[in-house]
Write a protein that binds this ligand. Sequence first.
Ligand SMILES: N[C@@H](CCC(=O)N[C@@H](CS)C(=O)NCC(=O)O)C(=O)O
Length: 205
Amino acid sequence: MLRLYRARFSTNVERVALALANKGLEVESVAISYEDRSPVVRVSGQGLVPVLVDGDEVIPDSVHILRYLEAHWPDPPLFPRDAARSAELDVFFDWFNEVWKRAPNAIEDELERDDPDEEQVAQHAARMRASLDRFEALLDGRDHLLGDDFSAADCVAFPFLKYGKLRDRADDELFHRILEDNLRLDGTHPRLSAWIDRVNERPRA
Ligand SMILES: N[C@@H](CCC(=O)N[C@@H](CS)C(=O)NCC(=O)O)C(=O)O
């Protein structure tokens, strides 16, 4: 049985939860709180979730876990089989994690300071807002971010972009409020809005 170390409302855990359920895989969950990460530190030597355990294999990091799942349970596929499409997915992962996420992370860093730089916050907020047009364009003529089919790109982006229209009222994390405040759709970006609804209907482990 696979074991998943998770925390409530974690975006990176939801990436994996989507992939697992869409591959029809079940997991035993170990829920941790950020106040006590000892269970996940004990098993993986670091404190971040998600961590997947499969027998003797311990896999931290959401994208590494998605790749591991694909390598071991290739059907239904979440990664393209041909090299060019697969490289496009790698580019998307890198852009989303290393470029797109920089703005909300920077806003969170500013807001956690005693004296946030409002100008910096406004610039990053404008970048987040502008990125909505790019997602809207990615969905022009297709149902998912990199094509007609649901893929690992959707698993990676959905848990963040969903805050444009969905937030559990019990979820009060600062990072998630930043996503909600700066990605709010309010009737704009109809393709992105429909994609959020479409992916939200999918199961999670
Ligand atoms: N690169 C990692 C990042 C994991 C990560 O930052 N996880 C967050 C939850 S979404 C976490 O464990 N945060 C605990 C903390 O920072 O205190 C991944 O993609 O899985």
